[in-house]
Design a protein. Sequence first.
Length: 531
Amino acid sequence: MVFRLACGTLALLGTAHAYVWPSPQLDALEALRFDQVGFNTIGITLTSFVQPCNLFLFDPTINPNSGRSDAADWIRTAYHDAATHNIRDGTGGMDGSIRLVAEQARAENAGNGFSNTMGIVLAVVNRYVSNADAIALGALIAIETCGGPEIAFRGGRVDAALPNTPGVPLPQQDLNSHIAIFARQGFTQTEMIGLVACGHTFGGVQHSFFPNIVNVLADSTSTDNVAHFDSTPVSFDNNVAAEYIAGTTKNPLVVGFNDTTNSDKRIFGSDGNATMRSFANSPDHFASTCANLFARMLDTVPRGVELTEVIKPLPVKPASINLVMNGDTLELTGLVRLWNTTQAAAPTVSLLWHDHVGHTGNTTLNFISTSSSTGGKYSATWYGFNSTVFGNMPLLLNPVDGVTGLSFVVNGVLENQGGLGFAVQDAFMLSQTSCQGGVPYAGRVDVAVRNGVHPTRVYLEQVVTDSVQRISITEVDMTPPLHPVAVNSAYSLWSMNLTDGGMIFTIGAEIHGIKYSTTEQLSFFEFATAC
Ligand code: HEM
Ligand SMILES: *[C@@H]1O[C@H](CO)[C@@H](O)[C@H](O)[C@H]1NC(C)=O
Ligand SMILES: *[C@@H]1O[C@H](CO)[C@@H](O)[C@H](O)[C@H]1NC(C)=O
Ligand SMILES: *[C@@H]1O[C@H](CO)[C@@H](O)[C@H](O)[C@H]1NC(C)=O
Ligand SMILES: *[C@@H]1O[C@H](CO)[C@@H](O)[C@H](O)[C@H]1NC(C)=O
Ligand SMILES: *[C@@H]1O[C@H](CO)[C@@H](O)[C@H](O)[C@H]1NC(C)=O
Ligand SMILES: *[C@@H]1O[C@H](CO)[C@@H](O)[C@H](O)[C@H]1NC(C)=O
């Protein structure tokens, strides 16, 4: 699949435009957020690390009695990334700076929950998903998967290279300091009570890092000696408030032996218990308040960062679209996901493809599998473009006609993004003549370019990670062919010999000043032919 990645297009992402496929960044973020369990969950799925919700990957025995959980760590990590924000000067916030060892080493970030979190959630970082977006998604998925409300998610956080100014609250600070710190982050006193209660429905305080708060050792219910904030520490519920109001709470920041560090007690009681009582009285009010506060916390970004619109699931979404030129055949592989449908009621789906000569081809698609997300609240069905007993085979198209776009007919209803269609670019693609081996080269990459397109550049894109885990793209230009080699009557080859056999790349091209990019990750190992 070839995407439009123009400078102009990028500039539009931050504005209030409705999400139209293809949009590489939104497509990637939408998939991470909504394709969580089951088919096509794209390599790593964050949900599998918070399911069951008491899963704690860093206990040597993955002991369900450790008292800790990945879910609680991920939520605290997002809060400590956000909590450095200064609303007046626009610095700090969700910029992934909590991943930096220098920031983790601060007293205000005591504990190993941050490094534990980084080891997992940063595995989903790629050219379209920043470290900060991954941290935000981790917290959101933990909350939603473990009984919490659905949280509006925006993407586009930008990773900081340096630690932020310190400013995460400490339990021994007094109430006025906490009110001032939350005000600096942009939250009122009432919102502070809410945000602390919403966070402290998960997890607890560990003895090893806070021995002056938790002095209990050899706790039979928690081998890591964690004193939990409420009796249900791996699920989102209003018990943190209900137990506090009932006077039965064991929250170590409310009834801790040292009153100096009883920060939750001071915060929860700071409005005469009005906010906590409203939470205790209504699980729904607690959930909706937390959904809003969590969304605002995750959207706390440094000034100048423009987040995307709230990402909603596309009702009909093409995925894993790939074009390959195989001699006289243009091979189109792909999937389509139908949101909020089940296998039992699997719709009837046809794919229509539109070409350069004004024809429309059509084929009936076969159901492949299902996926689900948001704690099982939603399910989706997936169909292959040419799904046969042999698997999901390519559709075999005529390269002269090519393909310009797709639409679908679902239970008799035309789905084409309100008339826009689902655009597909066939200007350039990998050619099956690409080969591996042939010392001194690791192989040769052949790119089939549509005659008449005249790209100014064709290049390979490589993902580069800098010393602080920020991702960027390096472009390795191909030399334009002196004497074009025809691959068929509609396409000619650009070629490049490469020495690095381990290279993983996508293909890019610049056409009339606009950059396009394929999504399929390629490597020499996949090339069937020897050079
Ligand atoms: C005045 C504000 C706050 C103070 C003083 C505070 C203090 C603490 C302390 C001392 C711990 C124990 C950490 C450990 O043992 O590793 C903790 C845990 C936690 N905090 Fe807070 N917190 C505050 C606000 C928040 C907020 C606003 C959130 C989220 C919205 C949050 C989420 C969490 C979570 C989820 C844990 C459990 C971590 C785990 O069990 O691994 N906290 N907090
Ligand atoms: C209570 O906590 C404060 C702040 O951490 C500490 O300075 C003080 O020594 C503690 N008191 C007791 C009795 O542990
Ligand atoms: C708030 O609730 C707690 C727990 O029930 C109680 O100890 C405290 O006295 C209450 N504070 C006020 C101001 O009512
Ligand atoms: C999902 O589908 C069900 C059944 O068709 C429908 O009632 C429900 O409103 C849908 N949910 C969403 C969020 O679209
Ligand atoms: C699909 O193609 C067949 C011929 O192959 C044609 O009869 C039919 O009208 C087409 N359907 C649509 C929706 O274009
Ligand atoms: C689907 O794949 C099979 C196996 O490669 C092929 O024979 C068939 O022509 C393909 N169908 C279409 C519509 O391209
Ligand atoms: C790749 O290397 C081979 C063998 O040295 C050479 O014949 C060919 O011209 C090279 N191709 C390109 C595009 O540089």
